[in-house]
Design a protein around this ligand. Sequence first.
Ligand SMILES: CCCCC/C=C\C/C=C\C/C=C\C/C=C\C/C=C\CCCCC(=O)SCCNC(=O)CCNC(=O)[C@H](O)C(C)(C)COP(=O)(O)OP(=O)(O)OC[C@H]1O[C@@H](n2cnc3c(N)ncnc32)[C@H](O)[C@@H]1OP(=O)(O)O
Ligand SMILES: Cc1cc2nc3c(=O)[nH]c(=O)nc-3n(C[C@H](O)[C@H](O)[C@H](O)COP(=O)(O)OP(=O)(O)OC[C@H]3O[C@@H](n4cnc5c(N)ncnc54)[C@H](O)[C@@H]3O)c2cc1C
Length: 572
Amino acid sequence: MAAALQTLGGGIGITLHWIAFTPTIEQQATEEQKKKWLKLAQDVAIVGAYAQTEMGHGTFVRGLETTATYDPSTQEFVINSPTLTSTKWWPGGLGKTANHATVMAQLYTRGKCYGPHNFMVQIRSLENHQPCPGVTLGDIGPKMESNGNDNGFARFDHVRIPRENMLMKFARVEADGTYVQPPSSKLAYSNMVYLRGTFVMSAAQALASATTIAVRYSCVRRQSEMKPGEPEPQILEYQTQQYKLFPQLAAAYAFWFASWFMTQQHGSITGSMEKGDMSGLAELHALSAGLKSYTTAVTARGIDVCRMACGGHGYSHASGLPALFGGAAALCTAEGENTVMMLQTARYLVKCFAQSQAGKRLTGTVAYLSAVQPSPVAGNRNMSDLGTLVAAFQHRAARMVRHAAMQMQGEMQKGKAREDAWNSCSVLLIKAAEAHVHSFVVRNFAETVQTVEVDESVRAVLTSLCQLYSLYGITEHAGDFLKDGYLTGRDIDAASSHLSAMLARVRPDAVALVDAFDLHDKILRSVLGRYDGRVYEHLYEWAKKSPLNKSEVHESYYKYLQPFLKSNRAKL
Ligand SMILES: CCCCC/C=C\C/C=C\C/C=C\C/C=C\C/C=C\CCCCC(=O)SCCNC(=O)CCNC(=O)[C@H](O)C(C)(C)COP(=O)(O)OP(=O)(O)OC[C@H]1O[C@@H](n2cnc3c(N)ncnc32)[C@H](O)[C@@H]1OP(=O)(O)O
Ligand SMILES: Cc1cc2nc3c(=O)[nH]c(=O)nc-3n(C[C@H](O)[C@H](O)[C@H](O)COP(=O)(O)OP(=O)(O)OC[C@H]3O[C@@H](n4cnc5c(N)ncnc54)[C@H](O)[C@@H]3O)c2cc1C
């Protein structure tokens, strides 16, 4: 039953129940509270939404306006939407599906505000699904995609909930209204860190889906003449088609491996946090924010490249690519808008750079910042060697982090306040953070292909894919590598020619590489990407089912076209 509900469509939004509401109970509720709500959520005996974003605030969580004011006389919290902009807006499933929500609200007790905390609020009757007293609910209207999901709005008019409905694993309010501090105020944000981490796999899956569709279709589609008089070739024989698709295919594998690392890191660091060791939280936040931002942005662009590579049929919903693009585009905004998330990573990098300057040896994903020499040693590098490629990406990132941090220090030495210096360097900071995440993805890709337990013939193919991904990154951002002479023009030319060689080397394995994602036709939902390759017959069948084909002459003819034609003919 629960699995069936996961696939509900048509105005029923159950996704956020699974990926946000239930994990919030798991991560933020006490053991007592888990006994009360967790099994109900896991068995879908209640359906929940994660209600944090408001009409007026999404990014700036500390600016949320919904209030939760403790009343010690009744030992209740009063949940209230004081302004129009405090209306909860966007949460998936909030409009029509959910009967509960974890509501992020500013906690007030004894007249003092303690910032945003999560509260469990029942929003609809379990008997007749009508909104509870004081709760106003609705759908926010059509969106770019995912219109099967009822992203909704909610307003609370002094809704009273028991004190025990504050999720109190980290912070709590005692019966007399005393607020007990959490080990870190950011633990209230822990479910966002978790969800951002899962977005890395969503991005990998989305890009895997798009490249599966585009590569398979590019083997079915024949077009034009490569040589006069010869049969029309598969469009995948064109180098330009390979240049469009294979870097996206390589990125799908790179992000898939990055999501493995993210999952492992999340488990290990949250495990330590359970034992009171918060030392890994900052790195986990920076990594999840940066990877979420980077992988979703590359994925959204990459899906559109795949769509364009499929010509007109790519633009049809029959391809499945417009829906994938719409979904991936949402990932760039949801769970932390990408710019803001990359700035969080930049904030961590600037902090680590300052520590490194002060002599601290850095560890984890920023260890390279301590190791990389500022003065490059140019020379003929072996641009097909993975170690050389990883080192190039790390040098580029270290140089850009150093440059952005020094620029900021310079601005502050001129007398600018830190916040103003930050803002005036934020474009440099974003680029440096992107370079950092890019270098992490390359290094992780290289380490995975060298250590993953596979047949050596498979390792050879994955190594080619990793080289292709890295060489594509170097040629696409050549200026960054040339800037301080770390790579020379000859190196970039060598990278380009190796990249061409990699395109040709990956070509014979391209279909096997997408088949390896093992995405069933039911998941791909694409006529172009069908496993059996029978595109044209199914494209025709798909079109015949279009609602416009229900009648031979559409009613619009009689309503609009016929009178219009008649009046125009009468004037002749
Ligand atoms: C199998 C085939 C499948 C194929 C298809 C696959 C996929 C298809 C494609 C797509 C999917 C389909 C459809 C898509 C549709 C929808 C998407 C699905 C689900 C959507 C879910 C979305 C849910 C939500 O959006 S919930 C709301 C999310 N909101 C946010 O994320 C808000 C973002 N803002 C914040 O997090 C914060 O406000 C902030 C920006 C971090 C700032 O916080 P602030 O308190 O102001 O902190 P400040 O910047 O001042 O820093 C202070 C200090 O705190 C540290 N810090 C900040 N945050 C954290 C944290 N979380 N953890 C730890 N530490 C943190 C920060 O580093 C600073 O530290 P220091 O002082 O520097 O040391
Ligand atoms: C499909 C979808 C599903 C969603 N599901 C949920 C859900 O289930 N629950 C939920 O609570 N929310 C949900 N959201 C809301 C989502 O979390 C927010 O849209 C997101 O956090 C961005 O906030 P915002 O929309 O207020 O944009 P804003 O924060 O207003 O951002 C607008 C622009 O301002 C820029 N900006 C903002 N702050 C800064 C800064 N400090 N520095 C530089 N630039 C900045 C941003 O980069 C962005 O370009 C969903 C959104 C979508 C699209």
